[in-house]
Ligand binder design. Structure first.
Ligand SMILES: Nc1ncnc2c1ncn2[C@@H]1O[C@H](COP(=O)(O)OP(=O)(O)OP(=O)(O)O)[C@@H](O)[C@H]1O
Ligand SMILES: [Mg+2]
Length: 256
């Protein structure tokens, strides 16, 4: 498969007073189209810095990031913003939903920037919200939803415009373990369904196991790059387990 992101000799140095913090050094790797890739590392290892360079939110000190055929490290801010709008989606740890808007409006928002008609926007947003299990929460505002529900709205928003690449920085940081599993499987399955590339940043090895590939960072450098058999269940497996559990419950009830 072809590389969709090419990272070459990336280096990022932050000046702090008279000091210089080397946050990333000598980073080179490719991410293939459709890959579910996890960047794993302890706090301060450079994960968010790397994600920010990959998504074009910050400019590297040295080296380059190429997405498709575009070297994004040399784009102007205006062109970068357009590029992101067209190809890149984000899922944030803190959901980043607009509090005054409903779930439907939040999810439809990215489509407005792309000039999609109101009717189509609402139709697509509804479709995505149904996919993430929130078909009955369309007119709820963020404060009227649980953390897990808000995160699913955030996921629906990231996936609504079928971007090429989805970046997620600790997307389940605020969720309990059951919801974390649901949210991770949801994202992996949406990526597989729409053939999107997924780059996940986390400090949690258990979460990394949902990825096809785990790249470990330490002190701004790659110390390990390994393949992984994703533990995400397919939609069919999840549905089958659900049915099995329900019929078990039922037989238990009839016995009683
Ligand atoms: N804007 C900045 N200015 C100065 N130093 C920074 C800046 N951003 C990050 N750093 C430093 O770069 C290093 C990497 O930070 P980064 O935020 O990438 O870590 P991280 O792996 O995402 O950690 P965490 O898991 O805590 O989010 C740290 O030493 C941090 O202090
Ligand atoms: Mg971070």
């Amino acid at each position: 498969m072809a590389a969709i992101i090419k990272i070459e000799n990336l280096r990022k140095v932050y000046p702090v007073g008279k000091e210089r913090i080397v946050a990333l050094n000598n980073i080179s790797f490719d991410i293939e189209e459709g890959e579910i890739c996890c960047i794993l590392g302890t706090s301060g290892s450079g994960k968010s810095t790397l994600l920010n360079q990959l998504a074009g939110l910050e400019k590297p000190t040295k080296g380059s990031v190429t997405i498709g055929k575009t070297n994004i490290s040399v784009l102007s801010e205006t062109r970068l913003a357009k590029f992101r709008q067209k190809y890149i989606g984000f899922v944030f740890q803190s959901y980043n939903l607009l509090p005054a808007y409903t779930a439907l409006e939040n999810v439809a928002m990215p489509l407005m920037f792309r000039g999609v008609s109101k009717k189509k926007r609402e139709q697509k947003a509804k479709e995505l919200l149904k996919l993430v299990g929130l078909g009955k929460r369309l007119s709820h505002k963020p404060t009227q939803m649980s953390g897990g529900q808000q995160q699913r709205v955030g996921i629906a928003r990231a996936f609504v415009s079928k971007q090429k690449i989805i970046f997620a920085d600790e997307p389940t940081g605020n969720l309990d373990s059951k919801t974390t599993r649901e949210v991770m499987e949801l994202m992996v399955n949406l990526c597989r369904k729409y053939k999107e590339t997924f780059v996940l940043v986390t400090h949690d090895r258990d979460l990394a196991l949902y990825a096809d590939r785990i790249i470990t960072l330490a002190d701004g450098e790659i110390i390990k790059d390994e393949r992984n058999q994703s533990i995400a269940r397919t939609e069919e497996q999840i549905a089958a387990e659900q049915t099995a559990m329900e019929s078990k419950e039922e037989s238990k009830n009839t016995e009683e």
